[in-house]
Design a protein. Structure first.
Length: 89
């Protein structure tokens, strides 16, 4: 199942809150493209031009194998599978 997430302009790590709070849609959570242990969390990212055309579609998926049996995993130790639709196809 895929869904579109939204975020607030406030409480963004490392950035000051905007004078006027606003929400924006910026992340499409996509279903896994493989059946790695029946779960392969990922996101799809894209930009929308001023004319409303989506462009620059990219997918990022996390390989869960490196996380099995661990309480925490450093970012350097996780394996991502990336697809840049414009560059790769």
């Amino acid at each position: 199942m895929a869904d579109l997430r939204y975020h607030s302009s406030n409480n963004v790590a490392g950035l000051p809150d905007a004078p006027t709070k606003f929400d924006f849609h910026n992340m499409l959570v996509a279903p896994g493209i493989t059946s790695w242990d029946n779960s392969n969390p990922g996101i799809a990212m894209f930009e929308v031009t001023d004319t409303g055309v989506p462009t620059g579609l990219k997918f990022e998926f996390l390989n869960l194998q490196a996380t099995i049996g661990k309480n925490s995993v450093s970012y350097a130790d996780v394996d991502f599978f990336s697809i840049d639709m414009a560059a790769d196809y």
